[in-house]
Design a protein around this ligand. Sequence first.
Ligand code: CO
Length: 460
Amino acid sequence: MKVKFTETVIRDANQSLIATRMPYSDFEGILEKFDEAGYYSLECWGGATFDSCLRYLDEDPWERLRLIKAKVKKTPLQMLLRGQNILGYKHYPDDVVRLFVRKSAENGMDIFRIFDALNDFRNIQVAVDETLKCGKHAQGCICYTNSPVHTIEKYAEMGIELEKMGVNSICIKDMAGICGPQEAYDLIKALKNSVKIPVFLHTHATTGLGPLTYLKAVEAGVDGIDTAISNFSGGTAQPATETMKYALEQLGYETDLNSAVLKEINDFFAPVKKKFLDNGILDPYVMGTKTDALVYQVPGGMLSNLVNQLKAQDAIDRLDEALAEVPNVRKDLGYPPLVTPLSQMVGVQAVTNVLVGERYKNISKEVKAYLRGEYGRAPGEVNQELVAKCWKPEEIITCRFADTLEPVFEETKKKLGKTARSDEDVLSYIAFPQNAEKFFEKREEKESNTVNYTIEKKEE
Ligand code: CO
């Protein structure tokens, strides 16, 4: 049996360890090598890369994609797409989602890993459909979480639903690294027994379970796993590529990976890692193993948010109460997976309930929108009393939220006029208006400086 490897160093590992601050110039010199390593795919775009390019790195994310594609010619490029949210947390109308997928495909994207935070697959359907229309690989994603309604049977049903939708493969996305080896084994077995398409597993090394979880997933027949080259592996990133290859081959599994090339790639990233350690962006803290998530059953990021929120209100002594309130809020909201932004919404509400001393006396705007159905369908039963506190029955949304949204692309394009030089620019603006605007301004400035410089030179 052969196991496929997706390399995450320039997307998820970059995002998880150094908040996506790696500029293109830091990895440009190794891109061609990726083609020789034997990876199934290279995750390189989507998630926070887009925002970070515009906001911090002064890079056009589309240009980054084209540059990567020009150098990585054989290995399929992969991105993470939040379904109807594209790259952010709000729902966009279908015209934007479709054009975003089409432009991503045109600029070089091959595999679209598409997910919805609530596993409400109505919210990924349009992105999946457009990906398939572009002749690209649509990977349907299932967010992994623990709850009484997230049973093995339920996950198998989700797999069947995705297969029926026409996706080319399925990915289990364990964003918090809380899926244990036995859970992974049972889950992958159930999915492999329910669907014919390949199944991939994505986890993080945060809790230290990662390599064990991958091993049992492989035993259960998983087709591919996500890993990061060792210099950018471990901690909040993925388990190491070289380690997983070594262990799996020793156990008799095949991989297409070439150790000598992996070593070259890893050596290349050693000084990059050192640079980020030296400038403080890579905090050794995130590289360690943190098992609190296993005790509290909340992701590490959510726990640190809870702690910060309580500290800010001078109430850190209420942490145990807040942690005890988390499962109650989660139950009232119908057990949403604890992924951004739902994890923050549940956490903030739990803290508010504890500090105010009365449950749901204050309800956040986001939780209200969730209760109205703006995020999609909750996995379990939502507390109806709570819904009635916020909304009249006729205000509740049961359709797909994007069905209530009017197209915006053409109108935005007109509004931007010459500022946007391409449809890609318009999409950048729609996704991140303020950051794109600043980026466009800086781009103009830079170019007019270069022009002046050339003129001065001529005059000399
Ligand atoms: Co991830």
